[in-house]
Design a protein around this ligand. Structure first.
Ligand code: NDP
Length: 480
C-alpha cells in the first residue's frame, strides 16, 4: 500500500503525529493508500520553510524561475502515463480523460506561467512638468493554495504555477480525497531541482490543514477553489486579517439552446458539457434551457445519446463515465435525484446507481441522468448537484430564458447555442456569469480571465490576472 508523505523544506516527511487517513479508489470502493492526517504543527513547519526560502526565491532571476518551472512541466509530460493512472485511481475518472485533459493541462499550467512571467510588464504614468509614476509589481511572500478533488492536479498546478512564477513561495493543500498526484508532483519538483522550501505540500483534512493555512498569520494571500460554503468560511476567517483572497467556487451553469442552432454540433458538445468527468466539473451545464420549437427533437436525441454512454471501469478504454469520487458524494447526488422526484420531476434517463461486477463490484457508479418537468425556481434547479445530472427546461423567449438563467445565486459560466450572432452577443452580455461560451464549451485560452460572479467567487485566475493576484502593486512617483 502506497504511503503518501508531506513535502516540506524540500524533503518528503511523515506528519508529526504519525497519524494517517485511508485513501479510497472510487472504482473499487477499497482503500488503496494512506494519506498524512497532518495538523497545525505540520503547516507551521511548512510556513517556516516557505518563509526561509522566500528571500532567495523572490530575488532569483525570473529566467531561472522560468527554467525550473519549465523543467517541472517537462517531467509531468514525461510521466504522463503514471500520473494519468494515479489521477484515475484517486478520483474515479476515466484514465483516457486524465491522459487527454488533466495531466497535459497540468504541464501546460507550468509551461504557460514559466513563459508568462518573462512577458509580465508593469505600467508607467507620465504627468506634466517632469513627473513620472511607475508601478512595481513585487511578489508578496508565502501563498496559501487550496484545491478540490474534481480536477486534482489540473487545479492544484493552476494556482501553484503562477504563485511560484511571480516569486512567491507556497504552502499548498490538495483535497484529502485526491492527494496522489500532488504527492507525485512533489517527487518531480525534487527531481527538477526546485530549491527547498519554495513549494511545500501538506496533506490532510480541510478543517485541520486547510483551516491552519487560511488562518496562518504569515500567509498573506489565499487562492482557493472549492465549494461555496467553504469559500464563505475562508472569507470569514481571512477578512479580519486583510488577506488577499481569490475564491473560485460552485456553479449551476445554464446551457441555453436556441432553435436555430447547429443541432448536431450542439448535441455532441452538450453530451460532454453535461456528463464529462461524471458531471464533476464546475463548468458543466447542469440546467439545459431549450427553445420550445426544438424541445421534443432535442429531448429525443439527447436521451438516446445519453443512454448509449457507457459507465464502467475507469481504466478500460471504452468507458465514457467512470466512478463518482466518494461514497458520500454519490449519496449526495442520489439524494438530489430523489428530491427532483419529490418536486415533481420525471426521470427521462438514468436515475440509479450502477452495479458492476468483479473488482468494481463495490465501486461508486451512477447512470447519467436527465430530468424534466421542473420549474426553474425549485431546489433541484437552484442548488449545485455536481454530478451526472441535468434538467431540461423549455423556454419561449430570450427575455424569459435570461431571467431563468440568472435566477440562481451562482454566476460561473454559461453556454449559448445559436447561429444568430446578434442573439448570442446580447444573451452573453445579459447573463450574470464570469464566462460565456457561444457555440462551444470549455474552450480555454489561458490568457483569459477565469472565474465567477455572485456566489461563484471573487477574483479572477488566468494569464496576467493570476500574476496580478500573486503580486502587490506599488506606485513610485518621481519629480525630475
Ligand atoms: P470543498 O470546498 O469541500 O473543498 C475544497 C478544498 O478545501 C479541499 O482541499 C478541502 O479539503 C479544503 N477545505 C475544506 N474545508 C476547509 C476549511 N475550513 N478551510 C480551508 N480549506 C478547507 O470542495 P470540494 O473538494 O468538494 O470540491 C467541489 C466544489 O468545488 C464544487 O462546489 C465545485 O463547484 C467547486 N469547484 C469550483 C471551480 C471553479 O473554478 N469555480 C472548479 C472546480 C471545483 P478536504 O478535501 O480535506 O475537505
Amino acid at each position: 500500500m502506497e504511503i503518501i508523505k508531506n513535502y516540506i523544506d524540500g524533503t518528503l516527511v511523515e506528519p508529526k503525529s504519525g497519524a494517517y487517513l485511508d485513501n479510497f479508489n472510487p472504482a473499487t470502493g477499497q482503500v488503496y493508500s494512506q494519506i498524512p492526517d497532518s495538523a497545525e504543527e505540520d503547516v507551521n513547519d511548512a510556513v517556516k520553510a516557505a518563509k526561509l526560502a522566500y528571500p532567495s526565491w523572490s530575488k532569483t532571476a525570473k529566467e531561472t524561475r522560468s527554467e525550473i518551472l519549465a523543467k517541472i512541466a517537462m517531467l509531468i509530460e514525461k510521466n504522463l502515463d503514471r500520473l494519468a493512472l494515479a489521477e484515475s485511481m484517486d478520483n474515479g475518472k476515466p484514465v483516457s480523460l486524465a491522459k487527454q485533459v488533466d495531466i497535459p493541462r497540468a504541464a501546460t499550467n507550468f509551461n504557460f506561467f514559466a513563459t508568462a512571467i518573462l512577458h509580465y510588464a508593469s505600467e508607467s504614468h507620465a504627468m506634466e512638468n517632469g513627473v513620472i509614476n511607475y508601478t512595481l509589481r513585487e511578489p508578496i511572500g508565502v501563498a496559501g493554495c487550496i484545491s478540490p478533488w474534481n480536477l486534482p492536479l489540473y487545479l492544484f498546478t493552476w494556482k501553484i504555477a503562477p504563485a511560484l512564477a511571480a516569486g512567491n513561495t507556497v504552502v499548498a493543500k490538495p483535497s484529502e480525497v485526491t492527494p496522489m498526484t500532488a504527492f507525485l508532483l512533489s517527487e518531480l519538483c525534487i527531481e527538477a531541482g526546485l530549491p527547498a522550501g519554495v513549494l511545500n505540500i501538506v496533506h490532510g483534512l480541510g478543517n485541520k490543514v486547510g483551516a491552519a493555512i487560511t488562518t496562518h498569520p504569515d500567509i498573506p494571500m489565499i487562492s482557493f477553489t472549492g465549494g461555496t460554503a467553504t469559500g464563505a468560511q475562508i472569507a470569514k476567517e481571512a477578512a479580519p486579517m486583510f488577506k488577499k483572497l481569490s475564491l473560485e467556487l460552485g456553479g449551476k451553469n445554464p446551457n441555453i439552446i436556441f432553435a436555430d442552432c447547429d443541432f448536431e454540433k450542439m448535441l455532441q458538445v452538450t453530451l460532454k458539457s453535461s456528463f464529462s468527468n461524471q458531471g464533476e466539473i464546475c463548468l458543466c451545464g447542469s440546467r439545459i434551457f431549450i427553445e420550445k420549437p426544438l424541445y421534443e427533437k432535442f429531448k429525443t436525441a439527447f436521451v438516446e445519446a445519453t443512454e448509449k454512454l457507457k459507465v464502467g471501469n475507469p481504466q478500460s478504454g471504452d468507458s465514457d463515465l467512470g466512478a463518482i469520487v466518494s461514497e458520500e458524494h454519490m449519496d449526495k447526488i442520489l439524494s438530489y435525484i430523489e428530491l427532483a422526484k419529490e418536486e415533481g420531476g420525471s426521470i427521462l434517463a438514468g436515475g440509479n446507481r450502477v452495479s458492476l461486477s468483479g473488482e468494481q463490484e463495490k465501486g461508486w457508479y451512477l447512470e447519467p441522468t436527465i430530468i424534466e418537468g421542473l420549474g426553474h425556481e425549485c431546489r433541484t434547479n437552484q442548488e449545485e448537484i455536481f454530478g451526472p445530472v441535468v434538467t431540461l427546461i423549455p423556454f419561449d423567449s430570450e427575455e424569459e430564458v435570461i431571467e431563468m438563467a440568472n435566477s440562481t445565486k451562482y454566476g460561473l459560466s454559461s453556454t449559448i447555442w445559436t447561429k444568430d450572432l446578434n442573439t448570442a452577443h446580447r444573451v452573453a452580455e445579459n447573463l450574470h456569469v464570469g464566462i460565456a461560451w457561444i457555440n462551444c464549451w470549455l474552450l480555454r485560452d489561458l490568457r483569459t480571465p477565469f472565474g465567477g460572479t455572485k456566489s461563484s467567487g471573487v477574483g479572477r485566475e488566468g494569464g496576467f490576472e493570476a500574476l496580478h493576484f500573486f503580486t502587490e502593486p506599488k506606485n513610485v512617483c518621481i519629480k525630475y
